[in-house]
Design a protein around this ligand. Structure first.
Ligand code: GLV
Length: 332
């Protein structure tokens, strides 16, 4: 019996590629080139599986060009690079890597929020420029995190993990807005209060975005939303570029309509809106919220587990569209 073939679209832990080689014919990408769409289609042609990251867009055109494809396994919890409706319509199982990165991403979101509130990047740049000559009572005064109101937009697993840090570790009041309200059992230990979006924007001292990107969440934070926020508030985005209108945010930061922002994700990344690079009151990081060695390894292992199970007749641990397998009665 011929073994299934898979494409590992980006460089990843060699041990994980080796594990995949025990099951499949593997075409990998050790030089870590980001494929253009036509390169991706050419490399995927004839293959049954793909190990992808957020940089590979799997849309209907790609799926149509690769009719042998059965599984696309994303090494990310977010999957806005997949057209899930198209995958489902064409009988392609899609998987992601939830849970394994929740706490690590929450650590980073909280750290970025703290760095933003306490002006850590801005003050470090000042020190490095050699401008620190004396103490001053108002030098880099920021705003308190402990006891402040933490606003969370998108109260899924990572949002709840950030809320836990705020409520239990820092005595923060937690308010949130989400498509669906948490249960009383989930809200109670955090004393989390469900509010409408406008109230969230008006009341939060520190607003953290943790919602998935979709056409519905595109520019969920734009000029109108920023205008509702307190001038002393901070905004932290560890979700996805495109949820914030970066051009509008750059203006709000420049005009000090909000105090500061912490951004790990950007519209059109790795490009960063030039207006954001010009303002001092923003902490910028290159999409690294899940980047610890242990967590990245867990993500890669989980993506590999999904691929191996799906192509070997097992049960993939974290499917996005499990109805595909139910409809096909298995891997086929
Ligand atoms: C990272 O952004 C992820 O979605 O895992």
């Amino acid at each position: 019996m011929t073994r299934p073939s898979v494409l590992v679209a980006r460089a990843v832990f060699p041990e994980v590629v080796q594990r995949l080689r025990e099951h499949f014919e593997v075409d990998d990408n050790p030089s870590d080139t980001i494929f253009t769409k036509s390169e991706l289609m050419a490399r995927l042609a004839g293959k049954q599986g793909a190990f992808t990251t957020g940089s590979e867009r799997i849309d209907d055109e790609v799926l149509a060009a690769c009719p042998q494809l059965k599984v696309v396994a994303n090494m990310a919890v977010g999957y806005n690079n997949f057209d899930i409706a198209a995958c489902t319509a064409r009988g392609v199982l899609a998987t992601n890597t939830p849970d394994v990165l929740t706490e690590t991403t929450a650590d980073f979101g909280f750290a970025l929020m703290m760095a933003t509130a306490r002006r850590m990047a801005e003050s470090e740049h000042y020190l490095r420029r050699g401008e620190w000559t004396r103490w001053a009572y108002d030098m880099f005064t920021g705003s308190d995190v402990h006891g402040a109101t933490l606003g969370i937009l998108g109260m899924g697993r990572i949002g709840q993990a950030i809320a836990r840090r705020g409520a239990l570790g820092f005595g923060m009041k937690v308010i949130y807005h989400n498509r669906s309200r948490l249960t009383a059992e989930q809200e109670q230990p955090l004393a989390a209060r469900y509010v409408d979006k406008a109230t969230l924007l008006r009341e939060a001292d520190h607003l953290v975005l943790v919602l998935p990107y979709s056409p519905q969440s595109h520019h969920a934070i734009g000029a109108a939303e920023l205008a509702l926020m307190k001038p002393t508030a901070t905004l932290t985005n560890v979700a996805r570029g495109g949820i914030v209108d970066d051009a509008a945010l750059a203006v709000a930061l420049r005009e000090r309509r909000i105090a500061a922002a912490g951004l790990d994700v950007f519209e059109g990344e790795p490009a960063v809106h030039p207006g954001l690079l010009e303002v001092p009151n923003v902490v910028l990081t290159p999409h690294i919220a899940s980047a610890t060695v242990a967590t990245r390894r867990r993500m890669a292992d989980l993506a590999a587990d999904n691929l191996i199970a799906a192509l070997n007749g097992g049960t993939p641990p974290t499917p996005i569209n499990p109805q595909v397998r139910a409809a096909s009665g298995g891997p086929g």
